[in-house]
Ligand binder design. Structure first.
Ligand code: UD1
Length: 307
C-alpha cells in the first residue's frame, strides 16, 4: 500500500527537497504551506499542495487524519522576525507544533519535526552534543527547544512517537539568496555569480558546520522510520561533524566557480553572532545509521550548477 505523508512547510527550501525524496521513494505527498516563506514553484509535480496555515487546527487535524506520518517543517524561520514579532513567532513555532503533535497523537502516527542548532545558543569552543546543556539566545531557539520538551511530554501523556532534528547550517539549491534568512553560502554563491564582493561580518574566522540539503532530506526519512518503530521522543543533530571558516568557504566557492577570486569587504561583527558552531554527528549515526555523505566541495558544486 502506498504510504501517505504530510509535509508541513513543504513549499520551503528544506521541505521541498524532502518532498522530492518522498515522491522518489513512491510515497504520496500532501504539503501544507501558507506560502509565507515557501513558494509554489518549489512544490514538486506529484505532490498535493494545500494552501493553509499551521495555526488552523481543524485543517491540520483533517490532514493528519488522512496520512501515515508527518514531517513538520512549517515555522517562522527568520530569527529577526521572531524577535520583532515575539508573540507571533511563539504562536507559530511552539503553538503550531503543539497543535500538530496533538493531532498526530490522536491519530497514533509518528512525527518528525525541525528543531535547530539554535537551541544550543552560544557554545563557542566546544562541539554540541545532544546531551549538551541547551542555552538558546533567541526566541526562535527557545521555541524550538520548547517543541522538544512538548514532544517528550506528549509522549508521556499521549504516547506520541516523535523525532526532533537539530539542523545545523543547511545549504543547497532553492535557498533564495535574497531572502533575509538565506544562509551565507547562498549569498556568497550569488556574489560570485554576479562578481560582487562578499560582505564578511568580523574577521571571517567564525566557523560553521555546513550540511547539504539532500543529506538533511535523507536524515529526516531515517528519523521517521526510527520514530515509527521505536516510539518515544528522541532528538538528533543533523550535522557533518566538521567545520569551515567563512574565509575558507569563500576560497572553496571561488575554486568551484573557477572564475578568479571574489573580493571581501570586512564590516563590523553581526550582533549576537556565534563564533563557532560544530555538531556531533555520533548519536544520529549510532541510532539512525545517518551520516552526511555530501562533501562541502560536492554540495557547493551542485548548488553552483543549479544557479
Ligand atoms: C544559523 C541559522 C539560523 C539559526 C542560527 C543558530 C541558517 C541560514 N541560519 O544562523 O536559523 O538561528 O544558525 O545557530 O542556517 N555572514 C557573513 N556575510 C554574509 C552572511 C553571513 O559574514 O553575507 C556570516 C554571519 O555573520 C555568520 C556566518 O556567516 O557568522 C553564518 O551566517 P548565516 O548563514 O546567516 O547562519 P547563522 O548565523 O549561523
Amino acid at each position: 500500500m502506498t504510504r501517505k505523508t504530510l509535509v508541513t512547510g513543504g513549499a520551503g527550501f528544506i521541505g521541498s527537497h524532502l518532498a522530492d525524496r518522498l515522491l522518489a521513494d513512491g510515497e504520496e505527498v500532501v504539503i501544507l504551506d501558507n506560502l509565507s516563506s515557501g513558494a509554489r514553484e518549489n512544490v514538486p509535480a506529484g505532490a498535493r499542495l494545500v494552501e493553509g496555515d499551521i495555526l488552523d487546527t481543524e485543517l491540520v487535524a483533517d490532514l493528519v487524519r488522512d496520512v501515515d506520518s508527518v514531517f513538520h517543517l512549517a515555522a517562522l524561520v527568520i530569527v529577526q522576525e521572531c524577535i520583532r514579532n515575539w508573540d507571533l513567532g511563539h504562536q507559530i513555532n511552539l503553538g503550531g507544533t503543539i497543535g500538530l503533535f496533538r493531532a498526530a497523537a490522536a491519530k497514533g502516527i509518528p512525527v518528525v519535526y525541525a528543531s535547530s542548532a539554535a537551541i544550543y545558543g552560544n557554545r563557542s569552543g566546544s562541539e554540541c552534543r545532544e546531551d549538551s546543556l541547551p542555552m538558546p539566545i533567541s526566541p526562535y531557539g527557545a521555541d524550538k527547544l520548547g517543541c522538544e520538551h512538548q514532544a517528550r511530554a506528549m509522549a508521556e501523556i499521549h504516547g506520541l512517537r516523535s523525532a526532533g532534528l537539530r539542523f545545523f547550517n543547511v545549504y543547497g539549491p532553492r535557498q533564495d539568496p535574497r531572502s533575509p534568512y538565506a544562509g551565507v553560502i547562498s549569498k556568497f554563491c550569488a556574489n560570485r555569480a554576479a562578481d560582487t564582493p562578499h560582505t564578511v561580518f568580523g574577521d571571517g574566522l567564525q566557523s560553521r558546520d555546513f550540511i547539504y540539503v539532500g543529506d538533511i532530506a535523507r536524515g529526516l526519512v531515517s528519523a521517521r522510520n526510527r520514530a515509527a518503530d521505536s516510539g518515544g521522543a528522541s532528538v538528533y543533530n543533523l550535522c557533518t561533524g566538521s567545520e569551515k571558516t567563512l574565509l575558507d568557504l569563500a576560497k572553496e566557492i571561488d575554486s568551484v566557480a573557477g572564475r578568479g577570486t571574489t573580493e571581501i569587504t570586512h564590516v563590523k561583527p553581526r550582533a549576537g553572532d556565534i563564533r563557532m558552531s560544530l555538531g556531533s554527528p555520533k548519536l544520529a549515526y549510532d541510532e539512525l545509521g545517518f551520516q552526511a555523505e555530501t562533501s562541502l566541495r560536492n554540495g557547493l558544486t551542485s548548488l553552483w550548477n543549479s544557479l
